[in-house]
Design a protein around this ligand. Structure first.
Ligand SMILES: *Cc1c(COP(=O)(O)O)cnc(C)c1O
Length: 422
């Protein structure tokens, strides 16, 4: 092995597929007629945004859908629609991405972070404690990196406590829990169509709900003026009667151009999701049974979309993890590390969101300290994924073996090995 040149991966972890030709044609058609604003329609025309909402609602099995400017906008819009205001506490995962606490804080509300488990989902025992301690009435549940918690238990817990659940499905569009689409458990669900998510319109967001009152407030809030009657996947005019007088307009509509790009992508969503998960399974198989490396358990009930991959170097020293990151980077494999002291690129931690009241989450700290993450864009072939796994495997093994002989790291390495074996 030592005599052969090390393999190098040359693909880009941030390169998504091109926009499909039929989506390009649909976008060009919108530009040709010029009616880009969603409410700029001619008699008899629904408009691309309204059509996308109907199709997305149908695909998810929801009554109503609203298309908006971004995933983060959808989260804020959902919070406003369920009545969150300044000073309210909103529970959310300690492990999530910046738009989630950002949406809460932007309303003048306070994020209350909940511990994450070693399997990267919200810790339900900690959630129960924090519901009681905080008195919070809303949970913004982030299915971070596509990991879905036991939704049956979570909903039973939240229903019993009178906690409204908003689902952040930025990484679970097309996923399901026990056959129920992700986003269909809580009162409202939000999706992102930003370039790195499961459909790509550059920026964009979708919100679904079955609740007419919530939907009416969301539509008005998103900037419908008094044109809400042009929505199709929305309740009738009676639902807006009270809300139209007291819902502030916070413009964040989706335009017809982006909706036109998304409709053909929605038709391929299931196929794309299967392609992501096939890539995920190849990486997972390539990293199995490696001392020091812990794979994330995926429950039987979870139909996930493997658009990104995580593993843990549990209880490794920061130095050893830094070496793995550097050695993999040299061979073209870009690993993100959630344990880094400073927020980098898209990766930040609850303690980097200093606008939120300071909290200490020891279990989350421990999990994130060893958490490695990478995207698996569909521009990677299955062979690419096998190569990526070989590179990670070799570099983790090399550092682990060396660290095992060093005094301080030896304990960490032993801990990691125990985890991997367990
Ligand atoms: C991407 C993302 C969002 C929404 O992000 P936008 O960039 O505003 O579309 C929300 N939550 C998570 C976990 C995300 O990764």
């Amino acid at each position: 092995m030592d005599s052969t040149l090390p393999e190098v991966f040359t693909g880009s972890f941030t390169q998504q597929e091109p926009i499909p030709e039929d989506a390009i044609a649909a976008a060009v058609a919108v530009m040709r007629h010029g009616r880009l604003h969603r409410y700029n329609v001619v008699p008899g025309e629904a408009g691309e945004a309204a059509a996308l909402e109907e199709e997305f609602a149908a695909a998810m099995g929801a009554k109503y859908c609203l298309a908006v400017a971004s995933g983060g906008y959808a989260l804020g819009c959902a919070l406003r629609a369920v009545g969150v205001g300044p000073g309210d506490r909103v529970l959310t995962n300690g492990f999530t991405l910046a738009p989630v606490p950002g949406a809460i804080a932007a309303l003048g509300a306070e994020p209350v972070f909940v511990e994450v488990t070693e399997d990267l989902v919200i810790d339900l025992a900690d959630l129960e404690r924090r519901i009681a301690a905080s008195g919070a009435k809303v949970l913004m549940l982030s299915h971070m990196r596509g990991h879905i918690c036991d939704m049956d238990r979570l909903m039973a817990l939240c229903d019993a406590a009178g906690v409204t659940v908003i689902e952040d499905c930025a990484h679970t569009m097309g996923a399901a829990w026990r056959g129920v689409p992700s986003g269909r458990h809580g009162r409202v669900a939000c999706y992102s169509t930003q370039t790195y998510k499961h459909m790509n319109s550059g920026e964009g967001g979708l919100l679904i709900t079955d609740d007419a009152e919530v939907m009416a407030r969301a539509v008005l809030s998103s900037g419908s003026y008094m044109l809400y009657g042009r929505h199709r996947a929305a309740p009738g005019p009676e639902a807006y009667e009270a809300a139209k007088w007291d819902t502030p307009n916070v413009s964040g509509r989706m335009d017809n151009l982006r909706a036109a790009i998304l409709r053909p992508q929605l038709r391929r969503l299931a196929e794309q999701c299967a392609a992501w998960t096939a890539r995920y399974r190849v990486v997972e198989a390539g990293l199995r049974d490696l001392p020091g490396l812990t794979l994330i358990a995926r429950p039987e009930a979870e139909s996930f979309v493997g658009s990104s991959f995580q593993f843990r170097l549990a209880d490794w020293s920061a130095e050893a993890i830094g070496q793995v990151v550097a050695r993999c980077a040299k061979r073209g494999v870009e690993l993100k590390w959630f344990g880094a002291a400073e927020p980098v690129a898209f990766t930040s931690r609850y303690d980097s969101w200093r606008y939120a009241p300071a909290q200490h989450l020891p279990q989350t700290d421990r999990v994130l300290a060893g958490l490695m993450d990478m995207r698996l864009p569909l521009t990677f072939s299955l062979e690419d994924c096998a190569l990526i796994a070989r590179i990670i495997r070799a570099e983790v093994a090399a550092v682990y073996q060396r660290a095992g002989t060093a005094k301080g790291a030896a304990q960490g390495a032993a801990g990691g090995a125990a985890q991997a074996a367990g």
